[in-house]
Write a protein that binds this ligand. Structure first.
Ligand SMILES: Cc1cc2nc3c(=O)[nH]c(=O)nc-3n(C[C@H](O)[C@H](O)[C@H](O)COP(=O)(O)OP(=O)(O)OC[C@H]3O[C@@H](n4cnc5c(N)ncnc54)[C@H](O)[C@@H]3O)c2cc1C
Length: 374
């Protein structure tokens, strides 16, 4: 409970995709006598599905972000803008970077993930998570492009690396050169036809692809590859998969081998009934899932129900993940790649579908600060 109040205290850590559902329905929780605090490092949450499009200039930064502070405060919760730094699960306390300590009756973690294999942080070597990094990367690229055609290195051949490379090309138009380096075949987790289509799209956009090679060393303006080659860059964007944030490391709760919070089918920590989580920072003990926003969003309603149920003594609901999901990759050239259940299709209509879905999602949170229950 918050000191001096008789209400059970729910602390939401991170205003990510899995908490947005709850943030929009805070009045329901507060109406049931639950005090809620949101802890977030930034008042805005950036929607990853539109991040590459923002880098390429299709969207403005303000088009792709959700004001989670306003959602929280408009719904009657308290919002503390500071990153969570340490969880003491025994004492049920959360310590924040600004020195604040919060006691909780229930804690829900939706803190996302960070880029794996991130080299030394520098203004010119940019990890693609947090997505807000792409705002500064865009400014930097435009600044370089004013004086010369930029060399851009994209590291990582998964969906994020492909979208980033395509959208750098959109930003630079016909200037500069872009190299995409991937330690595995590009899109190796996708059907072979998707890979073929994307390799063609990258070639059409004059993006050089180097597969089966990793970056072995960084120097000022250059990267040494595992095959001995050196690639020059003015800006490097790193999209080498994700790993859980450090916050979970010393929380004293059971973790999956990759360091994410291990949860049962109720999205509850396998080590504490007071701790729940959703999105990239958890692993379902029974069924590990790919780290995609689709699952984080689908976990939202279950978290909303189970957090209330935990605090009011009701029955928890299980999260039953869907077997397959629609994948839409923005290739930066007004087309998208659509992949679902063996169907692979690239086209402008696929991009329009992605644009419609993404805009509708973000716009659904604009002006929704009163916490309607719908
Ligand atoms: C370039 C790119 C494009 C992508 N495109 C898609 C796509 O089109 N579709 C798709 O399904 N998936 C996509 N993904 C994957 C997707 O980004 C993740 O699966 C998704 O963001 C997971 O949602 P999340 O809520 O767990 O984490 P996030 O979206 O990362 O949100 C986590 C939140 O936690 C907050 N936070 C972080 N640390 C702390 C802390 N210490 N204390 C408090 N708060 C904290 C952050 O501010 C953030 O708001 C993409 C990924 C990348 C990198």
């Amino acid at each position: 409970m918050p000191p001096g109040s008789g209400s059970p205290h729910l602390v939401l850590v991170g205003g990510g995709h899995a908490h947005l559902y709850t943030l929009r329905r805070l009045r329901v929780l507060i109406g049931r006598g639950i005090a809620v605090t949101l802890v977030t490092p930034d008042r805005f949450h950036y929607y990853s599905g539109m991040g590459p499009g923002m880098l390429g200039g299709r969207y403005r930064p303000e088009d792709i972000r959700i004001d989670v502070q306003s959602l929280a405060e408009g719904g009657g919760a308290r919002c503390v803008v500071a990153p969570a730094e340490r969880i003491n699960s025994q004492a049920r306390r959360l310590h924040l970077a600004d020195g604040t300590t919060l006691s909780y009756d229930a804690l829900s973690l939706n803190i996302g993930s960070i880029v794996a294999d991130n080299p030394l942080p520098s203004d010119c070597i940019v990890p693609v998570k947090p997505i807000a990094n792409l705002v500064a990367a865009r400014e930097r690229l435009l600044a370089v492009a004013r004086s010369k055609p930029p060399h851009v290195l994209v590291v990582g051949g998964g969906a994020a690396g492909v979208e980033i490379a395509g959208n750098v090309r959109r930003l630079l138009r016909d200037r500069g050169d872009i190299t995409l380096v991937a330690s595995s075949p590009i899109l190796h987790r996708f059907p072979p036809r998707a890979r073929e289509v994307v390799l063609n799209a990258l070639a059409e956009s004059r993006i050089e692809t180097v597969e089966g090679v990793s970056v072995k060393g960084w120097m000022d303006g250059g990267a040494v590859l595992s095959d001995g080659r050196t690639v020059a860059w003015d800006l490097a964007l790193v999209a080498t998969g994700v790993k859980p944030p450090a916050l979970l490391g010393e929380c004293g709760l059971p973790l999956a081998p990759d360091g994410s919070l291990l949860v049962d089918r109720f999205l509850r920590s396998t080590g504490s009934p007071a701790v729940f989580g959703g999105g990239d920072c958890i692993t379902l003990a029974e069924q590990p899932l790919p780290r995609v926003g689709v699952y984080a969003v689908r976990q939202g309603p279950i978290l909303f129900h189970n957090l209330q149920a935990q605090l009011t003594g009701k029955r928890l609901l299980p999260f039953n993940p869907q077997r397959s999901f629609l994948q839409l990759l923005n290739l930066g050239d007004d087309t998208a790649l659509l992949v679902r259940n063996g169907i692979v299709w690239r086209g402008r209509l696929a991009f329009r579908l992605k644009d419609f879905i993404d805009r509708r999602f973000v716009e659904s949170f604009a002006g929704k600060m009163s916490g309607a229950a719908g």
